[in-house]
Structures are given as structure tokens and as C-alpha cells.
Design a binder for this molecule. Structure first.
Ligand code: WT7
Length: 693
């Protein structure tokens, strides 16, 4: 956690009351009501969750038990033996309840004129056809289907088609590159991959199918690849007997086909989604059908105060958990209208979001601090050109939102009135865990406010006071831990029980990996990751995963990856590298390392700086002390910690020296370059004179 954040925290004392307008008709209409609900959920969680599951979800068969808990194994099974289907809940039931012609999905392509709109009836038709198409490729209940796709309606249709069959979809963000994609397909042993010819990114077209082909050489599980023709990429290579165009296959199924929903057990997995593990291998987070869907619908309704005539827009890519829960499953299970945008906020101009809000009269906008900060920088002129008055609730997710960005969002986008729901959660959680209710919570900019009903979040002490609960010692910061299970909690980690258990190892409860502080009013302030994950622009990256890529380079002896504060991205990646004996650093090596990261993980993991050092700061036993490296990367030179315990204390000064050079764009090998050879030091003119002579 950064010093800056703690300082901000301690000086932050502004607060905002919820708006009066809209309060009386809100789902949760006041502080008292919110408090009473939390109390009820705490006293009788089974009763509370049973009530929400009954109100929000259509069950083919009710559960025997609300929760079956095995605390010793940390296994929690919600709504045991209940039967349902997520696709039915997101589509079919709305068709027979008066929402047949309501827009379920509005898609805005990167090009202004590219708009596609699906009513619930239209979505039904497409999802049924695709479910048939997948069945014709022998996809069955329990099979994995990987979705490596751009932000296009076919992605949502594929998710719901899988859910209909009972197949487990596993989305892979279209910005991931080779290594990231391969490891995810291999881990899931997907039978089918759905992709597209290419993906549009700010005016250019990046190939997607062509990326996939070399990857699949090492993915023997994949029998078929379904390719959506989207970006107009020419000469797409189609492998015989494996690759099929989406339109060719789906065309075979008439518009009047039905595809009956599979009756799924509440604890059958709905999807698999990988997140950064701490060992370098991505962890496949497995979510249930019943508990997850209940939690998605429940939180969507209360946090966003979602109403039937709202146009709701979650800007997250469907390749991340936010897109799953708050782009697809939450809003659609409530019968809402969800908006999907293919492009980026700044292309062709930085007014894109505001245009979309005006164009579709968006009521609820859920986005990320990194986006808010980058748009804030572009100036108020852009949003001021548009009519944003339909907006009612604003949301933020992915990383701590700095009070300055909060204020801008609230004042410039929200006309100084709109509530901001700062929702804290993570892939493993299925849905938000700490968040305000828009019409019930007094807000403090930068705080995610209070745990939601049924979320027993506490702050626990660090290693020194192992496991000791300091949740009521107000000024203390510590580990953010959830003591009770909730329906959105993952079922497990795919094929990695050890990883699943690691979440519970330290405290015996679910350890979020984040640090937090509770202030005197009980507000939670998230301080960031306490493990080796880095949060770049709201995306979690594992330092171990990046280090593993770097170590594969033939010249690299050791690499250490740490986070550094970044104005727009929140955190950025800073890399320290020790080269093998006798290898001199060159810009080519630096470039090769950057390229390796981009190729293996993706552009989002691209390091801000790579610093070559002669030695890493190590303990006597040879462990790299990343804590010190993080301090240096963050320009905190005077609070490095006790360097006397280092095997070679002098390395710190060397690294600091090098760091200063790196951020100033100078060569960083301090010792070598401080005394440049005379030859090089000569001004150009002089050297020329010499040559002449
Ligand atoms: C990590 C989870 C949850 C969907 C997006 C990311 C950080 C997330 C907040 C917030 C402070 C936040 C945490 C968390 N984070 N939301 N509102 N305030 N930090 O999902 O990739 O699983 O990352 O994102 O550090 O642990 P994820």
C-alpha cells in the first residue's frame, strides 16, 4: 500500500449525504433500512439469503438446505440440491412476463453507426441457435468452452448459450497475448474456442484468430474453433475440420428453434474465470450457478438501485469478472437493459462515453477509477457538451478511487448530486462485498463505505499478531478478511485445491489479499493488495507471472517485479533485472524483455521501467527483499527499512542511484556510467575535429 494513499486517508474528511430525489422509490431507501437489513442478514443469514434467492431467481426445484458448510475444509455449498438454469433466468422468464420486446442488450460498436439492439425475444432466438450450434460440435453439460472474443454481442450470446447447455464458459480477455491465452485454455481443457477474426482497438484492427492459431498447437483439448466474422480481417486461415465460421454454422438453425434449458444443480459450475495467482500460474476461479446468480442479481438490484426502465451501462470488458456479473448475469437476471460498448473512452475523441450516455439516455454508469482519471485529464469541456441529466447512479470498481477523481466524477459527471457507489470486490467474490447503497449511505470520497448485508468483513492484524481481530481498533490497518461465506463466493479453484485452501490458510477465514482500514465511523478504506499482485488500471497482475516470463530470457539471471504509483493507472509495473555474469545491458535486451512480457501476458502487463542492477537487496539467506525495491520504485528513498540486515547493504545506494537515472531517462548502471570513458564524454564537435586531424 502506498504512503500516498495512507496520507490521503488520514486527511480525507469530506462526506456527502445521499440525494433526496429518488430516495422514496429506491430499493433501499434510507440509512435505517440499510442498517436493519444488515442486522437481519447477520442474525439469520440462512433466512436472509433464502428470501433473496426466492425473490430474485426462478428455481425449477427448491433447495434442501440454504447453506451446507464444511468449515474444516472451507467448502460452502449454497442452495443444496436446488435446480435452475442461468440462461432461463436471464432470458426465458422475461419473455413470458411482459419484457418480451424490451431491449435486453444494446451494443454500441466502435464506429458510431454500428449499433445492434437485442430485445429479450431476439436474445432468446440467438442464444437458442448458438446452443444448438455448440451441441452440433458435441459440447455437453460440464464441457469447457473458451471465449477469446472482442466486446461484441456474440460474446454475451455465447455465454448464455453455454449456460443453457450447462457447459462451463471460460472467457479470456481479448487483450491477453500468447502465454496468457495458452495457459488458460490448457488449464481449462476447453473443447471449443469461440473467437473472432479480429478486434477493433482505437481505430486499428488487431488479429485475434491469427493469434490463436499458434497457441492451439499446444492445446490438444480443442476440437473446434468457432470464428465470428467481425472486424473484416482478410485472408483468415481456417484449419480444415477444426475451424468453422460462426455465421455458417448458426445459419443451419432456423429462427424458430427452441433449445430447452438444462436443469442445473445450484452447485454445478456456471463458469470459470482465471485470475492472477501468486505462484505465476493463473488460478481458475470456478463459480456456481445458484449462489453466484443469486448474488449477482441481489447486488445489482440494491447497489445500482436497478429499475425496469433504466438503461444501465457497465463499461468493463466481459472478459473480466465485472463484465460477467454486472454486464451480463446481474442485469439480465433482473430483466434490465444492459449496454455494451466495443470501443475505448478516448477514441475517436475523449467524449465517447458522454456521447453514449446522451445517445442512449443512460441512467446508471459503472466504470473504473483509471478511466475517470484519464477522462478528467482531458478537461471538463468534453462532458459539458452533452446532456448527462439522465444519469442517476454512478459506480466505480477495480481499484481504490482517489478523492480527486471521486470529486470530479461526482461534480462534473454527476452535477454535484449523484451518488457514487464505490464497489469493492474481486474475481473470487462473484459480486460486490463492500459498497454503499446509493440512496441510503452517507458517502466519503475514497471509501467503499460498509460491508453489504451478510458480508462479515473485518480487519485483522498482521503477522506480528497473527490472526488477532483488530476490527474495532479504529486506526489500525490490516488484512481485509471475510468471516462468513456468502453465495457469490467461488466454488473452488479449478484443479488446484491447494490454491483454494491458501485463501483460508492464514486466518481460517477468506483472506481477500487486500489491506484495509476502518475509520471511527466504521467506513472501510481499501489500501490495496498486500500480496504479490499488482493492480494496473484495475486489472490484477501477478508479479510472479511476470518474473517467470523475464527469467526465461537467456541473459537474465534474476528479475524482481514491483509496483510503483502511477497517476492514471493507479499502479504500474517496475522491473529490476540482474543480468548473467559478463552480459552488458543493452537497449536491445530491454526491448526484448518488454516484448516478451507483451507477447506472453499482454500489453496491459507492459512495464513502465526496466532497471538493470548489479545486485538485488537480499537477506542473509538469499531472499530478495521486494519491499525495499518497491520503496525505491516509488521514490521513497528515506524510508527503505533496516538495511543492516541485508547481505550487502551497499546495494541499496547503488539501486537508488540507478533508479534516479532511469526515471530521468539516463543510463542506469550507476557505477559504470558515472565515470564515463573520456572518449564518450567529449562533445560531438570536438570529436569531429579530432577525426579531421
Ligand atoms: C482486486 C480484485 C472486482 C472487479 C474488478 C477487479 C481491487 C477492486 C476495488 C475498490 C479498492 C478495489 C482490490 C481487489 N479492487 N475494487 N472499489 N476499491 N480496491 O477484480 O481482478 O479480481 O481484482 O481489485 O485490490 O483485491 P480482480
Amino acid at each position: 500500500m502506498t504512503q500516498e494513499r495512507i496520507t490521503t486517508l488520514l486527511t480525507e474528511n469530506r462526506s456527502y449525504l445521499p440525494p433526496e430525489h429518488g430516495k422514496s422509490s429506491a430499493w433501499i431507501s434510507g440509512t435505517e433500512e440499510a442498517r436493519a437489513i444488515c442486522q437481519r442478514a447477520l442474525e439469520d443469514p440462512d433466512d436472509f439469503w433464502a428470501a433473496r434467492a426466492t425473490q430474485l431467481i426462478h428455481w425449477y426445484k427448491r433447495w434442501d438446505k440454504v447453506l451446507e458448510a464444511d468449515d474444516a475444509k472451507h467448502k460452502y455449498r449454497w442452495f443444496t440440491n436446488a435446480k435452475l438454469n442461468a440462461s432461463y433466468n436471464c432470458i426465458d422468464r422475461h419473455i413470458i412476463s411482459g419484457r418480451r420486446n424490451k431491449a435486453a442488450l444494446i451494443w454500441q460498436g466502435e464506429k458510431e453507426m454500428d449499433v445492434r439492439c437485442f430485445t429479450y425475444q431476439m436474445l432468446y432466438t440467438e442464444v437458442c441457435r448458438v446452443a444448438h450450434a455448440l451441441t452440433s460440435l458435441h459440447v455437453k453439460k460440464g464441457d469447457r468452452v473458451a471465449l477469446y472474443m472482442p466486446m461484441i454481442p456474440e460474446l454475451v450470446i455465447s455465454m448464455l448459450a453455454c449456460a443453457r447447455i450447462g457447459a462451463i464458459h471460460t472467457a479470456i480477455f481479448s487483450g491477453y497475448a500468447e502465454g496468457g491465452v495458452r495457459s488458460r485454455i490448457q488449464d481449462s481443457k476447453a473443447k471449443v474456442v469461440i473467437t473472432a477474426d479480429g478486434v477493433r482497438r482505437a481505430g486499428s484492427i488487431k488479429p485475434l484468430k491469427a493469434n490463436l492459431d499458434p497457441i492451439l498447437e499446444k492445446c490438444p483439448s480443442v476440437a473446434y474453433v468457432l470464428v465470428v466474422q467481425h472486424a473484416g480481417v482478410e485472408n483468415v486461415t481456417m484449419v480444415k475440420n477444426r475451424d468453422i465460421w460462426w455465421h455458417d454454422l448458426v445459419e443451419d438453425f432456423t429462427l424458430d428453434v427452441d433449445f430447452p434449458c438444462a436443469s442445473m444443480d445450484a452447485n454445478d459450475p456456471l463458469f470459470l474465470l482465471h485470475t492472477s495467482g501468486s505462484t505465476g500460474k493463473p488460478a481458475g476461479i470456478l463459480h456456481s450457478t445458484g449462489g453466484y446468480l443469486t448474488y449477482a442479481a441481489h447486488t445489482s438490484q440494491w447497489i445500482f438501485d436497478m429499475r425496469d426502465d433504466d438503461v444501465y451501462w457497465c463499461t468493463a470488458d466481459m472478459g473480466w469478472i465485472t463484465g460477467h456479473t454486472y454486464g451480463v448475469y446481474g442485469p439480465l437476471s433482473l430483466g434490465a437493459t444492459t449496454l455494451m460498448f466495443e470501443g475505448v473512452p478516448t477514441y475517436p475523441k475523449p467524449d465517447r462515453y458522454w456521447r453514449i450516455v446522451e445517445k442512449f439516455r443512460v441512467n446508471i454508469l459503472y466504470t473504473a477509477p483509471t478511466v475517470i482519471r484519464s477522462l478528467m485529464r482531458m478537461g471538463d469541456d468534453w462532458p459539458e457538451r452533452y446532456d448527462l441529466r439522465t444519469l442517476r447512479v454512478l459506480g466505480s470498481v477495480g481499484e481504490p478511487i482517489n478523492p480527486e477523481a471521486w470529486e470530479w466524477f461526482h461534480n462534473v459527471i454527476g452535477a454535484g448530486e449523484l451518488p457514487i457507489v464505490d464497489t469493492w470486490w474481486q474475481t473470487e467474490a462473484g459480486g460486490a462485498m463492500i459498497s454503499p447503497f446509493p440512496y441510503a449511505s452517507k458517502l466519503k470520497p475514497g471509501s467503499a463505505s460498509f460491508p453489504l448485508p451478510g458480508i462479515d468483513a473485518v480487519v485483522m492484524g498482521d503477522a506480528k499478531k497473527d490472526g488477532e481481530d483488530v476490527s474495532h481498533e479504529n486506526t489500525k490497518a490490516g488484512h481485509l478478511v471475510i468471516r462468513k461465506p456468502w453465495p457469490g463466493l467461488m466454488l473452488g479453484v479449478y484443479n488446484d485445491e491447494e490454491k483454494y485452501q491458501s485463501y483460508f490458510k492464514r486466518f481460517g477465514y477468506f483472506d481477500s489479499g487486500d489491506g484495509a482500514e476502518i475509520d471511527e465511523d466504521g467506513y472501510f478504506w481499501i489500501l490495496g493488495r498486500m500480496d504479490d499482485n499488482i493492480n494496473v488500471s484495475g486489472h490484477r497482475l501477478s508479479t510472479a507471472e511476470i518474473e517467470a516470463v523475464l527469467s526465461k530470457n537467456q541473459y537474465v539471471s534474476e528479475a524482481a517485479v514491483v509496483s510503483m504509483p502511477h497517476e492514471i493507472k493507479g499502479e504500474a509495473i517496475y522491473v529490476y533485472v540482474v543480468l548473467k555474469d559478463g552480459v552488458e545491458w543493452t537497449d536491445d535486451i530491454r526491448k526484448a524483455l518488454k516484448d516478451a512480457i507483451r507477447k506472453n501476458i499482454g500489453a496491459l502487463a507492459s512495464p513502465e521501467y526496466i532497471q538493470f542492477v548489479d545486485n538485488m537487496p537480499k537477506t542473509q539467506s538469499g531472499k530478495i527483499i521486494r519491499r525495499m525495491l518497491r520503496k525505491i520504485a516509488g521514490n521513497v528513498y528515506d524510508d527503505i527499512g533496516d538495511t543492516t540486515t541485508l547481505a550487502k547493504p551497499e546495494v541499496i545506494d547503488e539501486i537508488i542511484h540507478g533508479h534516479k537515472n532511469v526515471i530521468e531517462g539516463k543510463p542506469e548502471m550507476a557505477k559504470r556510467y558515472d565515470e564515463p570513458e573520456q572518449e564518450e564524454a567529449k562533445p560531438e564537435a570536438e570529436a569531429k575535429e579530432e577525426k579531421k586531424a
